[in-house]
Design a protein around this ligand. Sequence first.
Ligand SMILES: [Mg+2]
Length: 144
Amino acid sequence: MTKKTKTILIDFDGTICQYDGWKGAAVIEGKPNPGAVAALLKYSTVFELVIFSTRAGTVEGRDAIELWCSINLPDSLRGLSITNIKRPAILCIDDRSWLFDGRWPSVNEIDEFLPYYKEGRVPTITVPLTFTGLLQMVRALLFK
Ligand SMILES: [Mg+2]
């Protein structure tokens, strides 16, 4: 297997995992967001994936993410790096970020920002799966 040279940081709460508010570093009640497993499987064929979460700033939070991943992600996604440090990466996927495109958000835009789930929206599945990816998904779901 060749080492992947490009890394992406993927936020945990609200991005990989459903989230409805902070209940403690070790408390993770959400299931995978719709499309999350398919997206991670697809991305992992091209990029080094790093889970990025403030939870990982404590041992109990990091352990909770590892346990959640062992229960909710397929075996092929075992051993993903987990960090609370913004490592070098080509992209971050996060539910609480402003895409800086040269325009700074106003104070009101920052103050009134809502993640998608607080607007009542649910994630959509937009990652096209190859036949192999589809087989991986089915296998992951059947043999959990
Ligand atoms: Mg988040």
